[in-house]
Ligand binder design. Structure first.
Ligand SMILES: NC(=O)C1=CN([C@@H]2O[C@H](COP(=O)(O)OP(=O)(O)OC[C@H]3O[C@@H](n4cnc5c(N)ncnc54)[C@H](OP(=O)(O)O)[C@@H]3O)[C@@H](O)[C@H]2O)C=CC1
Ligand SMILES: Cc1cn([C@H]2C[C@H](O)[C@@H](COP(=O)(O)OP(=O)(O)O[C@H]3O[C@@H](C)C(=O)[C@@H](O)[C@H]3O)O2)c(=O)[nH]c1=O
Length: 298
């Protein structure tokens, strides 16, 4: 990984955003606007990641492209691996080649699920990939396609995203609380919960710092899914209703890594310490509550 600062932070310009309707893409578009730039959606039908052979040339005058489009349904991917691999793998290569042709920098987002979760200390950026799920394999294929394209790119692995603008674990737990007297949540998977808005800022900051290669981009600290669920429920006076479970009790089609804490050393050396995950969690819940009534406290 390298970093040669440029003037991106001062002159955001037109930024292509793929996946603009998603959890991260919506925050990215908002953050580009906040910095005085113009987000340019790269969306269907022209940019259908399931049909990357049909990608057009990039719109003119883009300063950079950020790819937040992906097939993200981890369990469904087990039965749809071919589609997931096209969207998360082949399409990334095709987009990178379009960016290379136009001389435009590409920021691509990858996941903690490319690792096998067998470590018990944070995964360095150059640790060998060994995904245990179809989704993880499809995202690893995207990283490989990006590298093979030769385009000037930045790949940022993140994990456990949450935000008000889409489906995520935090929202699932918040919405389940009024309907379920008790929630059993796995306490043997550990990672770094990350706010989508916090990640959007980080991606643009990394771009502005001229970062190239692979970086990790999460919020700071670490937690289990049980810990996250407890924190969500605690806000509504329901913390005691979240009970710890083991992964083997919670059968799902896809395997999740037991440990997916990503090492942040290079990112923090460039941009300073990451905020603790609890800050972005409070922000997500504030924004969800502002949009609709919170679950009734019991
Ligand atoms: N969510 C998480 O916890 C994590 C996510 N990531 C990565 O972060 C990135 C953003 O994820 P997130 O915001 O959660 O994703 P979402 O599932 O919220 O959004 C996915 C976006 O991709 C678009 N998309 C899906 N299929 C296609 C297609 N065939 N053609 C064009 N666009 C398509 C969707 O468009 P539409 O609305 O039209 O379907 C949507 O805009 C992804 O690369 C993901 O792998 C990494 C780690 C954790
Ligand atoms: C809703 C729920 C989940 N769980 C468990 C199941 C699973 O092991 C874990 C996480 O649940 P989810 O299925 O919501 O999260 P999951 O879809 O696995 O989230 C992942 O999404 C992809 C896109 C990524 O890239 C990852 O970084 C990660 O954020 O919590 C419970 O134990 N109890 C519950 O009530």
């Amino acid at each position: 990984m390298t970093a040669e600062p440029d003037d991106f932070a001062e002159a955001t310009g037109r930024v292509g955003v793929a996946g603009v309707t998603g959890l991260l893409g919506a925050e990215l578009a908002a953050e580009v606007r906040r910095r005085g730039g113009v987000p340019v959606p790269l969306a269907r039908p022209a940019w259908d990641f399931a049909r990357p052979d049909g990608f057009p040339a990039l719109p003119a005058g883009l300063r950079a492209v950020v790819n937040a489009a992906a097939y993200t349904r981890v369990d469904e991917a087990e039965a749809e691996e071919e589609l997931a691999t096209t969207v998360n793998g082949r399409a990334v290569g095709a987009l990178a080649r379009r960016c290379g042709d136009a001389g435009v920098r590409l920021v691509h987002v990858s996941t903690d699920y490319v690792f096998d979760g067998r470590r018990d200390t944070p995964y360095p950026v150059d640790h060998p990939l060994n995904p245990r799920s179809a989704y993880g394999r499809s995202k690893a294929a995207g990283e490989a396609a990006l590298a093979a394209s030769g385009a000037a790119s930045l790949c940022v692995r993140t994990g456990w995203l949450h935000g008000p603008g889409g489906r995520c674990f935090v929202r699932t737990i918040r919405d389940a609380l009024p309907r379920r007297p008790k929630l059993h949540v796995v306490a043997d998977q550990r990672g770094r919960p990350t706010g989508a808005a916090s990640l959007a800022r980080l991606l643009l900051d990394l771009l502005g710092a001229g970062a190239r290669g692979t970086f990790h981009g999460t919020d700071g600290g670490e937690a289990t899914w049980f810990g996250v669920a407890r924190a969500v429920a605690g806000r509504y006076g329901r913390g005691a209703d979240v009970l710890p479970a083991e992964t083997r009790e919670f059968a799902r089609p896809a395997r999740r890594p037991a440990y997916s804490v990503l090492d942040l050393a290079a990112t923090e050396a460039l941009l300073g310490p990451r905020p603790p995950w609890t800050v972005a969690l409070a922000d997500t819940l504030d924004r969800l509550d502002a949009a609709g009534p919170p679950p009734a406290a019991r």
